[in-house]
Design a protein around this ligand. Structure first.
Ligand code: G
Ligand code: G
Ligand code: MN
Ligand code: NA
Length: 249
């Protein structure tokens, strides 16, 4: 309850921040996109991870306001990085109402961001409860011109039917598979086959949680399109990300 009160205050007092983590395109050898990740600069607890407060935000419904704020902040920030796409995570709770498409459209209109530069990341949990409603919303989002990414692929049911039935532009391979590649042959084999699955379906493949040069080399050789992880950069502030891009070029 104390944390819930604090979280409401956080929204009002501008204590939330958006950090950005680069996605490296292997063909272009350049930063292709950034993923927006929210943080809470708590007055006494310091920087609080979303893993701690997103569940509470979802239970209380605060995620709807927080999600819209993150989206608008990230789209505005993306105007300063005209060569990049920006990816924003959506909570399953944001799919419950009917207003998500209007909300995203409103943010695009207010910020003036080219919709083709916005990528929305969703997890399978969005699709499980009410697939028909989810499909309608995803089609509505697609018709705005934004891109849709399947996040954390491999951790849920990972039904191949989802890839068939929903309009995904990208598959993000969950970092648990990348982390296990050196110790488990199976993980390497799974990663390989998800990359070729993505290629055959004309979807961009991104590997999450890339922490070592060995992982980066393996993924490059297997034809993965984009890499994301601490090996390149952890999520950083907007100005640190600008410095990262400048160093890269
Ligand atoms: O950045 P970090 O690894 O601490 O994020 C932990 C989790 O919080 C991840 O699963 C990430 O997707 C989620 N997360 C981060 N930012 C947002 C956000 O703006 N909205 C939603 N719904 N989830 C987020
Ligand atoms: O669920 P989602 O994929 O949105 O989660 C993104 C989270 O993953 C971010 O909070 C980020 O801090 C974390 N992350 C990003 N790169 C790495 C990495 O290389 N290793 C680990 N352990 N976590 C990472
Ligand atoms: Mn994500
Ligand atoms: Na993920």
């Amino acid at each position: 309850k104390a944390l819930e009160y604090d979280l409401r205050q956080a929204v009002l007092k501008n204590e939330l921040e958006v950090h950005y983590q680069p996605l490296i395109d292997l063909e272009a050898r350049a930063v292709a996109a950034v993923e927006a990740l929210v943080r809470w600069r708590h007055p006494t607890r310091g920087l609080v991870s979303p893993a701690e407060f997103i569940p509470l935000a979802e239970e209380t419904g605060l995620i709807v306001a927080i999600g819209e704020w993150v989206l608008e902040t990230a789209c505005l920030q993306a105007l300063e990085w005209p060569q990049l796409r920006v990816a924003v995570n959506l909570s399953p709770v944001q799919f419950r109402g009917r207003e998500l498409v209007e909300t995203v459209d409103g943010v695009l209109v207010r910020t003036g961001l080219d919709p083709a530069r916005l990528e929305l990341e969703i997890t399978e949990s969005v699709l499980i409860n009410d697939a028909t409603a989810a499909l309608e919303i995803l089609n509505g989002l697609k018709s705005l011109g934004v891109r849709i990414a399947m996040d954390d692929f491999g951790t849920g049911y990972s039904s191949l039917g989802y890839l068939n039935s929903f309009p995904f532009d990208k598959i993000k391979i969950d970092r648990s598979f990348i982390g296990d590649m050196s110790s488990k042959d199976k993980s390497g084999a799974i990663v390989k086959s998800v990359i070729s699955l993505g290629q055959s379906l004309n979807m961009v493949t991104t590997a999450e949680g890339v922490e070592t040069i060995e992982q980066a080399t393996f993924l490059t050789n297997e034809g993965c399109d984009q890499l994301q992880g601490f090996y390149f950069s952890k999520p950083v502030t907007a100005s640190e990300l600008t410095a990262f891009i400048d160093r890269w070029e």
